[in-house]
Design a protein around this ligand. Sequence first.
Ligand code: HEM
Length: 432
Amino acid sequence: MSLPPGPQSPAWLQLLRWVLTPTSFMEACARRYGDTVSINMTPLGRIVMISDPAQVRTVFSGDADTWYTGTDRAELAAVVGANSLLTLQGDAHMRQRRLIQPSFQGERMRAYGSLIEEITRNDMATWPEGKPFALHPHMQGVTLDVILQAVFGLSEGERLDALREALINFLRLGQSPLILLPWLRDVTGTVNRFLVLHEQIDKLIYAEISERREASDLQSRTDILSLMLQARDENDQPMTDEELRDELVTLLLAGHETTATALAWTFERLVRHPEAMQRLVAEIDAGEEDKYLTAVIRESLRVRPVVPVFARRLNKPVTLGDYDYPRGTTIVPSVYLTNRNPERFPEPTAFRPERFLEDKPDPYTWIPFGGGLRRCIGASFAVYEMNTVIRTVLSRYSLTADRPADERLRRRNITLTPSRGARVIAQPRTAR
Ligand code: HEM
């Protein structure tokens, strides 16, 4: 079998560049080899990275039995469980998706508006005024509380506090890019800390599920756990406690850091583009539509995609572009490169929300949420949350950059985050 061309450097060097400097490595590969590149990262394996919209389209329209997800499922299952959307394949995945998707439908999101506003306002009360500070950790606090209250449906109290604390420690374990290298995890004691926290978190979640099953107001509640508890599959079967637990942890892991980082990047871009900021604040003050805000969010997710790649492993042979790939091949669409397609987005590195004022994003060149059967189930939730947080923040504060230079893109586990945590200076708007 012939593979597409790719770097000839030793595999360990390709692996290190992928882990430590993913964006410059992807750019260098694309410059040299084009939109289809073989990358050898043995012992993690070989991948074929693609960024051609026609090939991306083939991946997104592929069926669930051919295009399996690509990461190490056993390893992920240790965290999210075997019944998670992230670990299930084929029909079993589709069954879970049908059960969960209705809870995330666009219109339902409105129920969370005032909750998200309140959580944001509570966090803003802790911001230093007139001094530089990093927004990213604050956005992490906001999105964690949004998940715990809107998705888990917890209200203020001991269980919320205990779960918040355990989860913060748990999430901290996954932050280093070195977590991607299994042999380093064991020697640093990460595994033991992980097991203790895992048990603590499970206990709290199972206690909540069991109480909620019996809650007299279950039918009228709007949080995602209560909606999942009421969901039934085609045989009229509800989700089991294990399935509910696994999906709650999945939603937390997939939805918390991603949305916090997307918010941090949006503010990082806005404070370096004062005309865009001005136009956005004027729209927010006018209090009518959120056309420009939507365009800002789309443009930020385009130039600074939080999840730079995702992976598919072929369960059957597939022809893609000029190549026939056997079963077992890992195909990796690069969100980062695809979103910067110069034919679709002239001056692709420029932050220009106006691009999205007229055109809706094209589903094969704007792919921050992936696509097809595995498209992000929380995409509407994330955009609605970002919209609400940004409006709430900019109604109260005027934000400026602490330094003119752009923050660099730094890998944090599977996400790309602003290298200095999106540092800004906040001034109350009434004081101006
Ligand atoms: C800006 C924020 C977010 C970004 C950029 C993002 C990005 C993505 C991407 C690229 C995928 C596809 C991965 C693949 O194809 O293998 C995905 C899947 C997923 N996302 Fe998101 N996500 C965000 C927010 C959320 C939120 C808020 C939730 C839930 C509360 C969520 C839950 C999920 C789940 C459960 C999946 C797996 C879907 C499946 O395999 O069926 N995400 N996300």
